[in-house]
Design a binder for this molecule. Structure first.
Ligand SMILES: [Zn+2]
Length: 263
């Protein structure tokens, strides 16, 4: 296991960088692997070949091309399950899943529960196993997805739901956006020393060519302004910026999301 891999039980989790800032996550157990959100088939094939792995399942969180673009090619020569949101029409999905469904990858010895987390898109799902979350583009370290189909109310509710997961849950976000998100967080949620410590650590990881991910739910509760929209400090910044004090966490969240879009 190299220093970029992490381990949950007997599953090794390997980042495959793709495009400009995506991670396609490989789950490995022995010589078997599953992949989450394979936007680029060639990157996955290279990752499998480099380690002599046999792909046995694909998990998809939402329909955007950088998450599903490799599916058709990957299944052209394989008869494997492809899990994806039932509410989205994604080519290649042969196991549509919805809220509460179980995704059992018996050959890898891991079982996920499906959470519907609309907001970034209307039909976005996440995959949760004990200690392990694949949130797609819903939650990033110190940030969250843009509204590209869902509503602010949906994304706010989805993020609150993820924030309520056990704090030690490792979160495998799909983009390396952490440093840019932290630059915004410093303005939106000033005076947060834990966030500043996380920034120092992330800068060191990036300087060493390593991912800033995974993060944890406990850390995100403390450093992610989008999970802190009920905090007086964040509400105060929004009030100063817009001239109107948010009435609640959702109003603060909507204003914060809109601000980040133009930051
Ligand atoms: Zn997306």
């Amino acid at each position: 296991m190299n220093d970029q891999h992490s381990k949950i039980g007997s599953i090794e989790i390997i980042p495959l960088p793709a495009f400009r800032d995506n991670y396609l996550w490989l789950l490995r157990c022995g010589q078997l692997a599953a992949v989450v959100d394979p936007g680029d088939a060639a990157v996955v094939e290279d990752g499998l070949a480099a380690q002599g792995l046999d792909l046995c399942a694909i998990l998809l969180t939402h329909h955007h091309a950088d998450h599903v673009g490799g599916v058709t090619e990957l299944i052209a020569s394989r008869d494997i399950p492809v899990f994806g949101p039932a509410a989205a029409d994604i080519q290649g999905v042969n196991n549509p899943v919805a809220e509460g469904d179980e995704v059992s990858l018996d050959r890898l010895g891991i079982r996920f529960r499906v959470l519907e987390v609309p907001g970034h898109t209307a039909s976005h799902i996440a995959y949760l196993a004990p200690g392990l979350l694949f949130p797609g583009d819903t939650l990033f370290s110190a940030g969250c997805g843009r509204l590209l189909g869902g509503t602010a109310a949906q994304l706010h509710a989805s993020l609150r739901r993820l924030a309520d997961l056990p704090g030690d849950t490792a979160v495998y976000c799909t983009h390396e956006y952490t440093l840019a998100n932290l630059a915004f967080a410093r303005v939106a949620d000033p005076g947060n020393p834990e966030r500043d410590e996380w920034l120092v650590e992330c800068e060191a990881r990036r300087d060493a060519g390593r991912p800033t991910l995974p993060t944890t739910i406990a850390r995100e509760r403390r450093v992610n302004p989008f999970l802190r929209t009920g905090e007086p400090a964040v509400m105060g910044v929004i009030a100063d910026r817009t001239g109107v004090r948010p009435r609640d966490s959702l109003e603060c969240f909507a204003a914060l999301r809109a601000w980040k879009d133009v930051f």
